[in-house]
Design a protein around this ligand. Structure first.
Ligand code: GLY
Length: 570
């Protein structure tokens, strides 16, 4: 494969074009020598590249991409949600920012239970105003702008305003997202007005314009987060809550703060991994998975063979059990500091039977109260990765949780359904089938535990991989498998990103594999070891990654072939 890439480069050099401007739909990653943006929508990627061409740095580009995704990917990009951003500046310092949503002050632990203490069957944490947590994205963008940006705030929002006014063509992926939720969209007048302007499912190639969103973006460009958290936009959000039975008040919005958090940093086979800490579980769970695997020479086990899958799944099982039992918003929960030590993961690994699957109910049995299952709820988070010519790198993942969030809208944008990421009832699975504990119980002002895993990997003081993914609970196992491919199996990041994926999250006690990932023989061997294997149609994650070539000094961008994104650079 590396030879093929070298051949591609040679052809590019001979034809005088150093850069492939747009991601081709075949094996090759996009190659550039100076800067790269990879996101889930080509419109957003191009906005980011343009900011970098104008001399902006990776954080300038990240802010512009974030706002562009709020327009071009309304299922996940957002003003009405939250996210995390990891930046490694060219001097080698890593900062991680948290603009996760917060539970409204009027939220309570049993707010989604009926009079018998059971989860209400209409699942109000999934749809509607009661599912909405106080949004953090606008405050987050302003915080990273103050800390790192070089271009004016309004200039970075202008491309998103243009995109909302001019509109963008509906592509097959966006159409599929809308089609998948069309009955729900029709139940919410604001959502239907935005996504079904003619009343019908848009056709591929139709132009989707969002004039109300353009007006909102103009206000934010002119007046900053103040207009969102205290001004007209706050009035729209609170008005929507009052009309539709939600809890967010002006006080919730006034109190919202984006914050910097300590990164989760650990070594994996000579690489230094920087990822997001609580209230995201991404960094710690990734660390627990990889550090357990460090106790074996994984790369000597055939890729996707039963021996490797067994070992990786057992590490995932144990890491998710610890995640689900112990992690939560660090402002509310004392997370045991021992979980950050290498010996914690090595102790978990010591309990792995090399020949037999461990039953999940034997690990953290307190989580096993229910029969966990994964629902059909979609996982519409989005990730983008950026490297600028100065050597700054950004990995950012942002979400409104489900596809189009709660489906409630205000001021032209979708509001999240992030309340479902809190523990609605201990032992009862959330939309991702995650069975979580009391550490993530609902409390006023608390940030829901996330799985988002924006990650930057460094080798010999140089950034090597910038990566992340959507996918709910599968975000963590997606990022882990990409790093395993690149580090243990010496794949290019693009190859690792394209590889089939499997997933285990403690409960349900099942390996979920993408089609064409595990051979029949491998499944047979895994089942003989006591694993339950379910091959599911559909994808696990849609990662966006950049590799920085050690020998070539070039950048290789890959937008996951599972979704309609684009890598581009110069
Ligand atoms: N809402 C998905 C996550 O934060 O993990």
């Amino acid at each position: 494969m590396r030879n093929l890439i070298a051949l591609g480069l040679l052809i590019a050099l001979l034809t005088g074009s150093k850069v492939l401007a747009q991601q081709p739909r075949w094996w090759s990653p996009v190659v550039a020598d100076s800067a790269m943006v990879v996101s889930a929508k080509s419109e957003a990627t191009r906005v980011g590249v343009e900011v970098l061409r104008r001399g902006g740095n990776a954080v300038d580009a990240a802010i512009a991409v974030h706002f562009a995704l709020a327009v071009a990917l309304p299922s996940a990009g957002n003003l009405g949600g939250g996210g995390f951003l990891v930046v490694r500046t060219s001097d080698g310092v890593v900062h991680t920012y948290d603009y996760r949503e917060t539970a409204p002050l009027a939220a309570s632990e049993d707010m989604y239970l009926d009079e018998f203490g059971e989860v209400r069957p209409d699942r109000p944490s999934w749809f509607g105003a009661l599912a909405v947590a106080t949004p953090g994205s606008v405050a987050g963008m302003k915080l990273v702008h103050e800390r790192h940006a070089t271009l004016p705030w309004a200039d970075l929002i202008e491309p998103a305003i243009e995109l909302a006014e001019r509109g963008f063509p509906v592509d097959p992926y966006s159409r599929r997202l809308i089609a998948g939720k069309i009955d729900d969209i029709r139940r919410f007048p604001g959502a239907a007005a935005m996504l079904l302007p003619t009343g019908q499912l848009p056709a591929v190639g139709d132009t989707l314009r969002q004039p109300a969103l353009a007006r909102t973006l103009r206000l934010i460009a002119a007046r900053g987060p103040d207009v969102f958290y205290r001004g007209e936009i706050a009035d729209s959000i609170v008005g929507a809550m009052e009309r539709r039975g939600g809890l967010i008040t002006h006080e919730d919005l006034r109190r919202y703060r984006a914050v910097e958090r300590p990164p989760i940093t650990f070594d994996y086979r000579g690489y230094t991994v920087h990822s997001m800490g609580p209230p995201s579980s991404g960094g710690i769970t990734l660390k627990l998975i990889l550090e357990q695997l460090e106790t074996v020479e994984l790369g000597e086990y055939p890729y996707h063979g039963a021996r490797a899958v067994h070992r990786i799944v057992e590490a995932m099982r144990r890491a998710f059990a610890e995640r689900n039992a112990l992690l939560g918003d660090p402002d509310f929960v004392d997370i045991p500091q021992s979980i950050l030590t290498e010996s914690y993961a090595h102790d978990l690994a010591a309990s792995i039977d090399t020949l037999r699957a461990t039953s999940s109910i034997d690990i953290r049995p307190e989580l096993s109260a229910s029969s966990a299952r994964v629902t059909a709820e979609s996982t519409e988070t989005t990730h983008f990765s950026i490297v600028d010519p100065m050597g700054n790198a950004v990995a950012s993942t942002t979400t409104i949780n489900g596809s189009f969030g709660s489906l409630e809208t205000a001021a032209g944008f979708f509001l999240n359904n992030e309340m479902d990421d809190l523990t609605v009832k201990p032992g009862v699975p959330n939309a991702y089938g995650l069975v979580q504990g009391r550490s993530n119980a609902i409390q006023p002002g608390k940030r829901p535990l996330s799985a988002m895993t924006p990650t930057i990997v460094v080798q010999n003081e140089d950034p090597r991989f910038v990566v992340g993914s959507p996918g709910g609970s599968t975000i963590i196992t997606t990022v882990a498998q990409i790093l395993i491919g690149a580090i243990d199996y010496d794949m290019t990041l693009a190859e690792a990103l394209d590889g089939g994926r499997f997933h285990h999250q403690h409960l349900p006690d099942t390996i979920r594999a993408e089609p064409w990932t595990l051979s029949e023989d491998t499944v047979y061997q895994l089942e003989s070891m006591g694993h339950r294997v379910e091959t599911r149609r559909g994808y696990s994650g849609r990662a966006q990654g950049i590799e920085l070539g050690v020998e070539t000094g070039l950048l290789y961008g890959r937008s996951d072939l599972r979704g309609g994104g684009e890598a581009a650079g110069f």
